[in-house]
Design a binder for this molecule. Structure first.
Ligand SMILES: *Cc1c(COP(=O)(O)O)cnc(C)c1O
Length: 388
């Protein structure tokens, strides 16, 4: 097998019951046939399940499917996307190390870099995407990691992965890419030299807003370090959540095709609307890094941003007029979802800091769902009209 659609459906473990669909292995531990087998498994001399904090057939299924999709050698599944972000940094860096990161990061990742890791002596510097010819100047003698998110949440900024791979290699940095917005179907950062790829599986991999989950994928030698860390600190995913996410991988390709097709139609429909200052979507020609999106993404993804004229007040009036689209903090769901970052997910940033990451007061993040595209357009259009 080698096609994305086939691997993400056909990779699965089996019990002895000849089941067709994978069972859920709700067990905390696994038995050994002998004392010698127990010894050998603990010593990593033979493979096998020991304890569900280390591995479980459901998490192994999920990891193998996503590894096949991403073209990575090995991986770890975690209880949430943030456990994956935290685990990848905490396991690979140590006190005194420095991270160079793209400024446009998921809100909690920003908190990790600015408030959590400095407590243990791991510091960070942000680079602006518009200025990445100058990132060399931001390196310090102790810089060990380049951490980027592309497309970024919610600004949809795109970083050239080929450049990032070469930059990391030239400066001996571990390149970590949060690939959540694109999903493993649209973009494979390892192809461009990423050493570690992280996911919030909560988003497109689940795709129906049911469970939290995360993934850390990459080269075996690095994942061994991550595995040591997660094995002994315990951010493991539950077998049930891993089962949900593994079953979800079976439909990721068809769901993403529809998300992308609808998002492009919505973006094209509203581009130029007189109530909007801007419409941003990676596969619109007007996107500032459109050429990069075409180069490294199979399609534009399911997220678009609309910037309403009239700032926070107008954005809030718009949200209150929506009839179908959900107002909630998730994304990548079968249901279309609207978020107003300036008053919610990014309210802790100053207006100036928000401007630096492309979040205007009137910016709305629309996660285009799987409903009929005409109904999504109609709901947005009527809410724009009623909020003016
Ligand atoms: C949601 C998200 C996360 C965090 O994932 P959780 O599963 O909510 O912990 C990290 N990065 C990005 C880009 C996200 O959208």
């Amino acid at each position: 097998m080698s096609h994305f659609e086939t691997d993400s459906i056909r990779i699965q473990s089996r019990s002895n019951e000849r089941e067709h669909s994978s069972p859920i292995f709700l067990t905390s531990s696994f038995t050994f046939d002998s004392a010698e087998e127990a010894r050998a498994m603990f010593a990593d001399e033979i493979p096998g399940n020991i304890y569900s904090r280390y591995a479980n057939p459901n998490s192994t299924d999920l990891i193998e499917k996503v590894c096949a999709a991403e073209g990575t050698e090995a991986g770890i599944a975690t209880a949430s996307g943030m456990a994956a972000m935290f685990g990848s940094i905490a396991s690979l860096l140590q006190q005194g190390d420095h991270i160079l990161a793209s400024r446009s990061l998921f809100g909690s990742t920003h908190q990790l870099l600015t408030r959590v890791f400095p407590k243990w002596g791991i510091t960070s510097t942000y680079g602006d995407i518009a200025d990445y010819q100058n990132w060399e100047k931001l390196l310090q003698p102790n810089t060990k990691m380049l951490f980027i998110e592309t497309p970024s949440n919610p600004g949809l900024e795109i970083i050239d992965l080929e450049w990032a791979g070469k930059f990391a290699e030239a400066h001996n940095l571990i390149l970590v890419v949060d690939n959540c917005f694109a999903s493993p179907y649209l973009q494979q950062p390892a192809k461009w030299g990423a050493h570690i790829v992280t996911h919030s599986a909560t988003k497109y991999i689940d795709g129906q807003g049911r469970v939290l989950g995360g993934l850390i994928l990459g080269k075996s030698e690095l994942i061994k370090e991550v595995q040591f860390f997660t094995r002994h600190t315990g951010p493991s995913i539950s077998p049930f959540n891993a089962w949900i996410l593994s079953k979800s991988m079976e439909t990721l390709a068809v769901r993403m095709d529809r998300h992308c097709e609808s998002a492009l139609k919505v973006a094209q429909y509203f581009e130029g609307n007189s109530h909007l200052e801007a419409v941003k979507y990676p596969f619109l020609k007007s996107h500032p890094q459109h050429h990069l999106a075409l180069k490294q993404m199979k399609a534009g993804g399911g997220i678009i941003t609309l910037t309403l004229k009239g700032g926070v007040a107008r954005a809030q009036r718009f949200i209150d007029q929506l009839q179908m689209i959900s107002v909630t903090a998730n994304l990548g769901d079968s249901r279309s979802i609207i978020t107003h970052p300036a008053s919610t997910t990014h309210s802790k940033l100053s207006q100036e800091e928000r401007a630096k990451v492309g979040i205007a007061d009137g910016l709305i993040r629309l996660s285009v769902g799987l409903e009929h595209v005409d109904d999504i357009i109609q709901d947005v259009e009527q809410a724009i009209a009623k909020s003016s």
